[in-house]
Design a protein around this ligand. Sequence first.
Ligand SMILES: [Zn+2]
Length: 427
Amino acid sequence: MEGAQRGDSFDELEIMSPEEREKYLNQKLSEAVDNAYQNAPSTREIFDRAGVSPSQIRTVKDLEKLPITRKTDLIELQKSKPPYGGFLTIPEEDVNRVFISPGPIYEPLHAEAVKWFAKTFYAAGFRKGDIALNTFTYHMSPAGILFHEGLRDCGATVIPMGVGSTETQVQTMHDLKVTGFVGTPSFLMTVIKRAEEMGYDFHRDFALRKAWFTGEMLPLSLRKNFEDDYEISTAQAYAVTEPGGCLAYECSQKSGMHFMDDYVVEIVDPETGEQLGPGETGEIVVTPIHNKTWGLIRFGTGDMSYYTTDPCPCGRTANRLVAIVGRAGDATKVRGMFIVTKQAEQVFASFPQISAFQVVVNRKAQRDGMVFNIELKDEAVDQKKLADELNKGFQDMCRVKADKIEFVPKGTIPSEHKTIVDERTWE
Ligand SMILES: [Zn+2]
């Protein structure tokens, strides 16, 4: 437990029992659906076209009846129904701010809709007395201003830095004794390296002890680098701009990101929209249930992930996204499970004995087959043992295992090759 945090307004929802949470989410979802159907013409059209009435969407499971709306749909709809694509649920004059994402997509927001960002910064340890350097842009994108407000809600002093030059970041961080960094992991490393080039000893000359990241994967090695070499405590969050928010965030355990109770998050089969269970890789689909200015129901993020229901020692009871494993376009479905290229590569990379590999998916007798072709650095290794360990590692990560592992001579796998080759034909 993070002692003092319990009962705090930032996380009172995140400690509901599973039954309470189910009831809460279903209730909020019903309200959001009714509101969107009544006030957003495009949402009404989507429902009507699917032959679904709002009264049929009373639970999270019911969402499966509705199609997924993707970024490309939003862009098209905003062109045909400018400016908000028929998703605005409040009078235009009540819109507090409009963000602009590439597309362009115009995202209207009412200020009250963003209160919950504080939860993620609070969990990362930001408090009164902290001086936070917010390096996300304040122009057009929601990141700068929304994170700024979330940090303020935790009591931290915020420097609205934006992207500025690296030297300016270093100087500001030094002169104002910045304690917390908010930005991407690669940018923080750039700033640290620059500080070292400028002759500073980062640990001695700077007060930076915590960092909050989003917008980019945080590789384990880089995380270790921050934590061990620079003693910076790191936390990451998963944020998506179109539905206006931060959907999941890490706690002090740093093992998976707790879902925020301000959204309904589904992990689905991107082809059918069917909901998947814990441990199964699928697309993250989100429905904001507190942001009632934007009638977006079932927004498909295109990001692939999986979640766990294992209890977390921090005391929060919300399920956790384990990791963002790639994009829906990079996934291959094998025996009902999605294998994301990056995820597969991660498994093979953990076996240093392997110099090259390729996954081949085929179909024989109405069944998907999978073969791993492997080239070894040194052919003297125990191939049987390696094959068993590899297949187990693959199954743990991707939930499906190879039918056959072939050790092929060096040079068999071309140097430029796809990680996963799909040889199936569907006739
Ligand atoms: Zn936790």
